[in-house]
Design a protein around this ligand. Structure first.
Ligand SMILES: NC(=O)C[C@H](N)C(=O)O
Length: 350
């Protein structure tokens, strides 16, 4: 009889950036403020029951995710890239407010990823009597440790958000509630996994990179990208001042419905002029679900004729960070435009 083979303990790296999950009440003001990692871990004695080989790195100081920025994304990407060969997976503890931006950014920065990068956080801090942080942390670690029995590789080979009952593709996610324990959803792509009694992976939805690619990290994000949110009553002066911000290279234009915008000549001319001057303008709908079909209505077609590129069904978070990534790689607006309708990391439906 063959001797039983020893199963290796999953080796995971926990990266604590801050967020409500590790916060405590400031006695002076009563407001929640980020607190250190040791405090966070003390609140989760069940961690030992997992039996994983767990190490951690932490932001010093930890931050509320409203203070996230490209430099912090780069710090997370560096931490993962430096430790990539030593771990089976990575769990990033992060505030919920900008988690979908960070997940989107990391998905573009970590090209060739074949290991799990799972972001999680909570609505109530670990340490409160009722809270969602313990459950979210333990579940995220289990998701990161999961193996695909068909080839023994990681089950999740992409950046994902594990929160409440679901695992979502990072660059398809959006924060939808400031109170609900199910704070995230993905309107245009199904959940990667349902996490109730069973952790039930939906293998058809999981990203499977073609071939055995090495991790190729990109750490530079160019912040010369902005978001312009349309609304009835926007004036020529306001639109033009937003389009002519110094140094601006690209704009995510949050349009109405299927990608529509006013057809008044001053509006179309301002957009066409900006495009002619070299600005890359990407059309992303304000609707949480669905996407842009520029040719469907005359009001969208006018944008297409002005040189606006369709962002298809990308979230704003994905479009913004994709553009920051493409310009960070040194692409020209013309070169970047060619990638906009292409699925680089499963961020849009083709
Ligand atoms: N629930 C949270 O984590 C919210 C917090 N303000 C943050 O994003 O850091």
């Amino acid at each position: 009889m063959a001797a039983p083979t020893a199963t290796k303990r999953p080796r995971l790296l926990l990266i604590y950036t801050g967020g409500t999950i590790g916060m405590v009440e400031d006695p002076a003001t009563g407001a929640l403020v980020p607190f250190d990692f040791a405090h966070l871990m003390d609140g989760v004695p069940k961690l030992k029951l997992l039996g994983y080989d767990l190490n951690h790195k932490e932001f010093d100081p930890p931050i509320d995710s409203s203070n996230m920025n490209p430099a912090a994304w780069s710090q997370i990407a560096h931490t993962i890239a430096d430790a990539y060969e030593d771990y089976d997976g990575f769990v990033v503890l992060h505030g919920t407010d900008t988690m979908a931006y960070t997940a989107s950014a990391l998905s573009f920065m970590l090209e060739g990823l074949t290991k799990p990068v799972i972001l999680t956080g909570s609505q109530l801090p670990i340490g409160e009597i009722r809270e969602d942080g313990t459950e979210n942390l333990l579940t995220a670690l289990q998701v990161a440790a999961a193996k695909d029995p068909t080839d023994g590789g990681a089950m999740v080979r992409e950046v994902a958000i594990s929160f409440g009952r679901y695992l979502w593709r990072g660059n398809r996610s959006t924060k939808v509630s400031s109170t609900d324990f199910g704070a995230f959803t993905s309107y245009n792509y199904p959940a990667l996994c349902a996490m109730d009694l069973h952790i039930d992976f939906r293998k058809k939805q999981l990203w499977r990179p073609a071939g055995d690619t090495p991790l190729t990290p990109f750490f530079t994000m160019d912040p010369a990208v902005s978001v312009i949110y349309l609304y009835p009553g926007i004036t020529q002066q306001i639109l033009e001042s937003q389009l002519s911000a110094p140094g601006l290279k690209a704009v995510v234009l949050r349009t109405f419905g299927a990608g529509n915008a006013p057809t008044e000549p001053w509006f179309v001319d301002a957009i066409a002029h900006a495009v002619k001057s070299g600005l890359l303008v990407v059309n992303v709908t304000q609707c949480p679900a669905g996407g842009v079909e520029e040719q469907r209505y005359a009001t969208g077609d006018a944008l297409a004729k002005a040189g606006v590129i369709s962002g298809c069904d990308m979230t704003c978070e994905a479009a913004l960070t994709k553009l920051m990534h493409l310009f960070g790689r040194g692409l020209t607006p013309q070169q970047a435009a060619a990638y906009v309708p292409v699925s680089m990391r499963g961020e849009l439906t083709v």
